[in-house]
Design a protein around this ligand. Structure first.
Ligand code: ATP
Length: 269
């Protein structure tokens, strides 16, 4: 068993009393209130909480897609004032392009993101080999020539993870990436996600409604209150890796899931 030393190094992502108010016409919605949290380099965190508590908003703030209304977001020690580089993203819907093969879908970020796009023609063979290695590591070796519509939902989501990782991002933003999958496929993908992270040690931010998923994958789970979202519980997951489906039935794992569930239920009370 590999026991991964928890990431305790300097913060890669630092949110200091971050609030976000959406303004649409005269209507104001305070989506996130005074969020303060630090994510170490190489740490895997999960954010859970009631629907509409500001989880996706938090993701947009970390990546610089939205400026905070107050407070500051720092990434790599620098204040975030524009969309940051070195980020991979995976959402619930894989959004693979149906007219491109799986390989060409995975290569897309390299075609459009600097500095890769300038070298794309010259390095195409090298990049294609990289895509092939990624496909093999998610159990899809040899599927590069297939079109997305020839793949199952789980296979599409695996390809989606490959696309998110092809430019070797330092930070992975995962917004309910397994939410649309059936329970068996979802659990299979937890294992694949963990493997990718153990191999590459990117810093990961996972938003999920699935508490077992959060505990399986994360080093730290943050529970948010209902809107306006505040961090109301921080739970360090001290379970050695690699975690397996067996792990999810162990008493300690089950206890942690119960504690998280209880805290979220208080938000609905
Ligand atoms: N662009 C927007 N304009 C106005 N209000 C918004 C906008 N985006 C989100 N909101 C509101 O901000 C709040 C937080 O939304 P957010 O999508 O961050 O929540 P969430 O926790 O990700 O939700 P869910 O779990 O349902 O996906 C919600 O009340 C939502 O209606």
């Amino acid at each position: 068993m590999i026991v991964v030393v928890p990431a305790n190094g300097p913060a890669l992502v630092d949110l200091r009393q971050v609030s976000l108010t959406y303004r649409v016409g005269k209507e104001e919605t305070l989506a996130l209130a005074d969020a303060t949290l630090s994510i170490a380099k190489g740490e895997f965190i999960a954010v859970v909480g009631p629907s509409g508590c500001g989880k996706s908003t938090l993701m947009k703030l970390v990546t610089g897609l939205l400026p905070p209304s107050s407070g500051e977001v720092h990434v790599r020690g620098e204040k975030v004032v524009r969309p940051i580089k070195g980020v991979g993203m995976a959402f619930q819907n894989p959004t693979l392009m149906p007219w491109r093969t799986t390989r060409d879908n995975i290569l897309l970020p390299l075609e459009i993101v600097a500095p890769h796009k300038q070298q794309f023609r010259r390095k195409r063979a090298e990049y294609a080999a990289r895509a092939e290695r990624l496909l093999a590591s998610v159990g899809l070796g040899g599927f590069g020539d297939k079109y997305p519509w020839q793949l199952s939902g789980g296979m599409q989501q695996r390809s989606n993870l490959c696309r998110a990782l092809i430019h070797e991002p330092e930070i992975m933003m995962l917004d309910e990436p397994f939410g649309a999958l059936d329970a068996f496929t979802r659990e299979e993908l937890w294992g694949i996600m963990q493997l990718l992270w153990l191999e590459r040690r990117f810093t990961a931010v996972l938003v999920t409604h699935d508490l077992r998923e959060a505990v399986y994958l994360a080093d730290t789970v943050y529970v948010m209150s209902r809107r306006p979202g505040r961090v109301v519980m921080t739970k360090r997951i001290d379970i050695p890796r690699p975690r397996t489906l067996e792990t999810t039935f162990e008493p300690h794992f089950v206890d942690i899931v119960h504690a998280l569930r209880e805290r979220i239920h208080q938000e609905h009370a």
